[in-house]
Design a protein around this ligand. Structure first.
Ligand SMILES: Nc1ncnc2c1ncn2[C@@H]1O[C@H](COP(=O)(O)OP(=O)(O)OP(=O)(O)O)[C@@H](O)[C@H]1O
Length: 224
């Protein structure tokens, strides 16, 4: 069983400690959630794991392979950034050809949601259509682990359910680390959840702990 092991991550921005000796692991077949207040360092952590952000200290390995840089990581790990990352002036069918090897394209080209979009350029797609396409491309890639930064942001309930369904369908083949402020859907889809506060990660078991950690107020918690 493949295992992503993240250890001893330490990061400062402008002299301020953002991440302090972070340890995190994710097995293939597992979905791990990451919750934290705005600016707590969630995106920074995902970027460091993926290898596109530097850190004072960083140790990432998949099984026994130590991934020292983005060049090593990209074969094993894929990453959905907060902002759209696909080229705006290119048609969806061309994007699929550019991003996926031939044997991995067929399923996506026949996907009921993607098929009607194939002739459209990326920049004319709706926000939800863009997100679904990006997520499906990552899930059809060969990487064993996928880091998703705010996959639910800006998408409606139907697309959210579709994203959850797609992630669950792929769970047997990949491991996921997901961060999003839609904590209810994060809690629904994940097997383990961690809360990032004061540069440290702590595993949490239920929604009540989100009140204790100051992520939810009692009023929000009681009204849900
Ligand atoms: N390139 C940078 N230079 C300086 N400070 C940065 C840089 N990138 C991020 N930061 C700071 O690091 C902190 C963590 O940012 P990060 O984007 O990781 O937070 P986040 O938890 O993902 O927030 P959000 O939930 O709002 O997306 C913030 O205070 C941010 O201002």
């Amino acid at each position: 069983m493949k295992n992503l092991h993240v250890d001893s991550i330490r990061k400062y921005y402008d002299g301020k400690l953002i991440l302090s000796d972070i340890f995190l692991s994710c097995r293939k077949g597992e979905i791990v959630g990451l919750i934290g207040r705005n600016g707590s360092g969630k995106s920074t952590l995902l970027k460091i794991i993926f290898g596109i952000e530097s850190a004072e200290n960083r140790f990432v390995r998949v099984d026994y392979k130590v991934l020292k840089s983005f060049r090593n990581s990209k074969k094993f790990i894929n990453y959905l950034p907060q902002e759209n990352f696909l080229p705006s002036e290119i048609k969806v069918q061309t994007i699929i050809k550019l991003f996926l090897p031939e044997k991995r394209r067929i399923q996506l080209l026949r996907n009921v949601f993607i098929e009607p979009l194939l002739g459209k350029k990326f920049n004319v797609l709706s926000g939800g259509e863009k997100r679904i396409l990006e997520i499906l491309l990552l899930l059809n890639s060969e990487a064993d682990f996928v880091l998703l930064d705010e996959p639910f942001n800006g998408v409606g309930p139907i697309i959210k359910d579709l994203i959850i369904q797609i992630i669950n369908d792929e769970k047997a083949h990949k491991g996921f680390i997901i961060t999003d402020h839609d904590y209810e859907n994060v809690m629904k889809v994940t097997d383990r959840i961690f809360f990032l506060k004061n540069a440290c990660l702590k595993e949490i078991k239920d929604k009540e702990e989100l009140v204790q950690h100051g992520y939810l107020t009692k009023t929000i918690y009681n009204n849900k």
